[in-house]
Design a protein around this ligand. Structure first.
Ligand code: WTA
Length: 652
């Protein structure tokens, strides 16, 4: 069945790590990577005993894994406090004066917080939570701007065993309401407001709206003063962060919790129905984020590490908060948008703080390309030594630009494939080892048994497309969908029993590298050929005029599906019929006639979720000429949808 799942991307450029990077890398040869990868799969007790043994366990585990598919328990019998590992451990090691969080607000205000200070902040806020009646196991919803207190609130929950559920600050009150209902949270931590693109986001007012109607179980709302605008405070329910903190001290012993004690619930959208509450637990998640951060980002004492995600996403959880802090690195946090107050904002920050490791998303990279190199090249980016990418397949042309313009040709790029569900990075280059190729996340990380299967569950041959799966459980895996074990079982384990279905299509090349082709449900089927949307999009982005592209299928009587592409153009390029024809031809040349788009539609912006993923469902409806419907609360910009709807018909 899947043998007609064709891959059409032909990328042959290879970039081995530089000798300089290799010389000081923790792992510096392919042989060593292979040996450790084999050990992690064949002798997991030895591997995790050594690697996770670097963390602080208040009580050791008696059994590494208890696997009753699809339910896993890791580090069974161990007691651990995740916050203690991220904070106290470094203070106790004499590194209390090291900066943990460097922060820059969108208006340009700054803060620098050492590990000792962070410990005090976390302990104080943990005591605030306790004073408000919050206990281990209680759910706490966090709806905050990108300020250090967001991390403090998460770590304070972890310290007392409360389960946080962070809701991205760009989400609406409707989203908060759904998540409050599903998680049964009894408290909310928020701020009066936050800054985004020069405007104040009314966070507290959104919480008030979500709580009106009185269906939630929320008893307490703790409010940080950030923007200082007027807000309503409801007596008995709402307390100011600073007032509550003034009543407590910084003494909060780190109690050890069971390794499988829930750490957080993070909601992620499903292909249908309501968002899924992905549940992560303590020991395994900590081990996974610690180890991936250490080896993949090569974190060192003198690094300034910057992950540009928001703490509202899994990337922010794992690679702004837990992974970097577990490694005791200096992590930079930025509150605002990349284009406020100007297009060079990110690069200004890199220069100012001498950032050494940068982790961002292809959608951001394509925006930078569109805005023009002049906003980048006027800054000194020579401090950078390692670059990361996450969130979508990175188009080879965007990869090359990232490599050359941002990385000055000297920084390895780690293209990291993973998911909210996986908790930590799963498929990735190791920066001192893996020869990279633009567009592939390359090889599985330690402990990850990744494969590509056909519909019968057989592994496909080189360059044949199929479904990406993980065949063995791993420590940072989700444990369930909160309150819906049946959906957990069906969604992830129902297709191939005992095997995790990622929901992405992929192929492996002759070197065993994984090339993600898109989500399974986004596959195009043109005249019986299955094409990955990512491949058509990469072909388009390789054209000099194109900034960003999205490919979707439209029902077609003859071909089954016709290829419709939505394209945004680089600054100064004019959209016209001539260019549309040229782009069709271009895709035909790069991939082959089967992929030649039937329609090219130009748009000012593509509709995206707040985390930067293109909303294909919407584009499909637009392509098919249907009406826009369904949940649009996660749109980056409603104007984008409007513009597309308006452009409908014009290009035909
Ligand atoms: C996609 C983000 C290709 C993929 C950490 C996955 C990627 C989904 C990559 C998870 C990558 C993420 N290459 N595709 N490097 N990274 N994806 O849950 O489709 O927001 O299934 O987690 O993003 O998105 P999520």
């Amino acid at each position: 069945m899947s043998s007609d799942f064709k891959s059409v991307l032909h990328e042959t450029r290879v970039f081995p790590p530089s000798e300089e990077f290799k010389a000081k890398a923790r792992i510096s040869s392919m042989e060593e990577y292979k040996r450790l990868h084999e050990e992690s799969l064949n002798s997991p007790e030895t591997f995790w005993g050594r690697e996770a043994g670097e963390l602080k366990w208040q009580q050791p585990w008696t059994q590494l894994l208890d696997w009753k598919p699809p339910f896993a328990k890791w580090f069974v019998g161990a007691k651990v406090n995740v916050a203690e590992n991220c904070v106290d451990r470094h203070v106790e090691a004499g590194r209390g004066d090291k900066v943990a969080i460097l922060w820059e607000g969108e208006p340009g205000d700054t803060r620098s917080i050492t590990y000792s200070q962070l410990k005090d902040e976390v302990c104080k806020f943990a005591n605030v939570l306790k004073a408000q009646g919050i206990k281990a196991g209680d759910r706490v919803l966090i709806y905050m701007p990108m300020v250090p207190e967001a991390a403090v609130a998460m770590l304070a929950c972890a310290r007392i065993g409360a389960v946080h559920s962070v809701v991205f600050g760009g989400f609406s009150s409707e989203s908060i309401k759904d998540r409050l209902h599903d998680s049964g949270a009894i408290a909310v931590v928020t701020a009066d407001g936050g800054y985004r693109r020069g405007k104040v986001v009314p966070l507290k007012a959104n919480v008030d709206t979500a709580l009106s109607g009185g269906e939630s179980k929320v008893e307490k709302v703790i409010v940080l003063k950030r923007t200082g605008q007027d807000i309503a405070m409801q007596a008995g329910r709402d307390v100011w962060w600073h007032a509550a903190e003034a009543e407590v001290d910084a003494n909060c012993p780190a109690e050890g919790f069971d390794s499988e004690h829930p750490l957080f619930i993070l909601y992620t959208s499903g292909s249908t129905g309501k968002p899924k509450g992905i549940l992560h637990t303590s020991g395994g998640y900590l081990a996974g984020t610690y180890l991936t951060s250490k080896y993949i980002f090569d974190m060192r004492d003198d690094d300034v590490y910057w992950c540009t995600a928001d703490v509202g996403w899994i990337t922010g959880h794992s690679y702004i908060v837990y992974g970097p802090l577990a490694n005791g690195v200096t992590a930079l946090m930025y509150e605002g948008a990349p284009d406020t107050p100007h297009f060079g904002r990110f690069w200004e920050i890199v220069e100012k703080y001498k950032v050494t490791i940068l982790y961002t998303a292809p959608t951001a990279i394509r925006a930078f390309i569109k805005w023009g190199d002049e906003h980048v090249t006027k800054y000194d980016l020579s401090s950078l030594r390692l670059l990361g990418s996450v969130g979508e397949p990175i188009n080879p042309e965007a990869w090359m630009w990232y490599h050359q313009v941002i990385g000055g040709g000297r920084c390895p790029i780690v293209d990291t494939w993973w998911q909210t569900e996986t908790g930590a990075i799963m498929i990735t280059p190791l920066p001192g080892v893996t020869p990279t190729k633009p567009g592939t996340a390359t090889l599985p990380f330690f402990g990850v048994d990744a494969a590509v299967l056909d519909d019968d569950g057989k592994e496909v041959g080189p360059n044949e497309g199929g479904k990406l799966v993980i065949r063995k459980p791993w420590p940072s895996m989700l444990r369930t969908i909160y309150g819906d074990a049946e959906r957990y079982e069906q969604t992830y384990w129902g297709t191939y029993p005992g095997i995790y279905l990622a929901g992405d299509s992929s192929r492996r090349d002759e070197d065993g590298y994984f090339w993600i082709m898109g989500r399974i449900d986004d596959v195009l089927n043109v005249s019986g050929h299955r094409l990955g949307t990512a491949e058509v999009e990469s072909a388009l982005v390789s054209h000099a005029s194109v900034a960003e592209a999205a490919a979707v299928g439209r029902p077609d009587e003859i071909k089954g599906q016709a290829v419709v592409v939505f394209v945004t153009l680089k600054a100064g390029v004019e959209a016209n019929d001539g260019l549309a024809n040229e782009l069709k031809k271009h895709v035909g040349n790069v991939i082959g006639a089967i992929a030649r788009p039937d329609d090219v539609r130009f748009a000012n912006v593509l509709p995206k979720t707040r985390s930067g993923k293109i909303i294909r469902r919407l584009l499909k409806e637009v392509a098919a000429g249907g009406q826009v419907k369904g949940d649009t609360t996660t749109l980056e910009d409603f104007g984008a949808v409007a513009a597309l709807m308006q452009s409908q018909g014009k290009d035909e």
